[in-house]
Ligand binder design. Structure first.
Ligand code: 5GP
Length: 207
């Protein structure tokens, strides 16, 4: 990826990466997406298009959580920004019940330091554990929730956050340690797409 510091991805680039990931992700048989907002919303919605169960034609539901690592939220100190994951939205008081017994894919746009994904997985697992403890022991095994992770881009770099090896991890594309510019962040989408085309030329030149 050489000199490239920013990489602009278009809606079509992302849609096509998600389409390419769908067969792989289908092997996990997801029945619920938990999108990490705001970057996970579009990917989760696009994934649903490709993962409809053909036998039932049912849409996979999407739940949303809001986590923030880089944004300066009111009430956060300069030290917290970029270090701590802050919850801005969660699944509601029945989070555990929503998740119980499901095959859940946690969806985000990018895995950078991995802190956000680690936080999301651990906290959702805690919600499930609380709910399981409320069940008779004989019913717990059958009601365990299976989690998987999906990200459009994974940056190949040392990670701060850790994910357990038994949680399946699906990815659209591996990239270097560049800053990805997503189309939903662009104020001028035509200019964004023009820069994305330029990045592609630079990438081809670098190979
Ligand atoms: P983490 O460092 O926890 O893996 O990523 C935290 C969040 O930072 C991501 O969910 C994403 O919203 C944001 N982020 C990290 N790297 C990038 C990037 O290259 N581009 C954009 N637009 N956001 C990023």
């Amino acid at each position: 990826m050489g000199e490239l510091k920013h990489l602009h991805a278009t809606y079509n680039d992302i849609h096509n990466l998600i389409k390419l990931s769908a067969d792989d992700l289908a092997t996990f048989k997801p029945d619920l997406f938990v999108a990490i907002g705001g970057g996970g919303f579009f990917p989760a919605r696009a994934l649903r298009t490709f993962l409809k169960d053909p036998s039932t034609n049912k849409n996979i539901p999407i739940q949303a959580i809001g986590l923030s690592l880089y944004e300066a939220l009111p009430g956060t100190t300069a030290e917290q920004i970029g270090h701590e994951v802050i919850r801005t939205q969660w699944l509601g008081p029945d989070a555990g019940k929503t998740l119980l017994g499901r095959r859940v894919v946690i969806v985000d746009e990018v895995d950078d330091t991995r802190k956000t994904l680690q936080y999301a997985l651990l906290e959702l697992q805690k919600d499930v554990e609380k709910e399981l403890l409320a069940l008779p022991e004989s019913e717990r095994k059958a009601n365990r929730t299976e989690f998987a992770i999906y990200v459009v881009h994974n940056k190949l770099k040392p990670k701060v956050g850790k994910l357990p090896p038994d949680v399946p991890y699906f990815v659209g594309a591996e990239v270097g340690d560049v800053w990805l510019d997503y189309p939903w962040e662009a104020e001028d989408i035509e200019e964004h797409d023009r820069l994305a085309a330029e990045d592609k030329v630079k990438l081809i030149g670098a190979t």
